[in-house]
Design a protein around this ligand. Structure first.
Ligand code: SF4
Length: 192
């Protein structure tokens, strides 16, 4: 029997059921917040994605949704004044997505933050984040999805200068682009 086909432990199953219930509570909070869960997920992604990854195609990859579904989500968000579409500064054939100030303000009080506060209160935030990261990695490997990891953990990330070279920006060797400190903590569809 292959590892992926082995029976999960009782503890792992319990954790999976708890995750399912928590996800359901967040979705209920999403509905109460006045947007569909897919619209909240798109706003959350755009708040965390770097400038290379704020495109409809990358959003579709991140959500595991079709381009058509994401297109409908974006039409709704643009119509509500929460997201702005503009021509990409890197590629004129591409569209760049940006949160408007209303989109940023709405995210200040979203349902996922309640869950994050509850996780903080459990005192297990670090171990939980590491364990879930590992589980997500396994799921993505199995399903062939992209990691969308944080930039500063990418193999193409080169840290900026310190000491005499202080002020030199970080650098992406894949895209040959400078990266600011704020960029280093955002997620990227090219992350390796
Ligand atoms: S270093 Fe990696 S994660 Fe960062 S911008 Fe480049 S490809 Fe993306």
């Amino acid at each position: 029997m292959k590892k992926s086909e082995s029976l999960p432990s009782g503890l792992a199953l319990r954790a999976a059921f708890l995750l399912e219930r928590l996800a359901r509570l967040v979705r209920a909070g999403d509905h109460a917040g006045g947007l569909a869960p897919a619209q909240w997920e798109a706003l959350r992604y755009l708040a965390r994605a770097n400038r290379f990854s704020r495109t409809p195609a990358a959003l579709a990859d991140y959500l595991g949704a079709t381009r058509g579904t994401v297109s409908q989500t974006l039409i709704a968000l643009v119509g509500k004044g929460l997201v702005r579409k503009s021509e990409s500064s890197r590629d004129r054939r591409s569209v760049e997505l940006t949160l408007t100030s209303s989109g940023v303000a709405l995210l200040e009080h979203e349902a996922l933050k309640d869950l994050a506060r509850d996780i903080d209160a459990s005192g297990e935030a670090d171990g939980l984040a590491r364990g879930l990261e590992s589980a997500l990695h396994q799921a993505l490997v199995r399903g062939g999805g992209r990691a969308f990891g944080v930039c500063r953990t990418c193999r193409h990330f080169r840290p900026g200068g310190r000491g005499a070279k202080a002020g030199k920006p970080h650098h992406c060797t894949l895209l040959d682009e400078p990266l600011a400190d704020a960029d280093a903590n955002l997620v990227c569809f090219e992350h390796t």
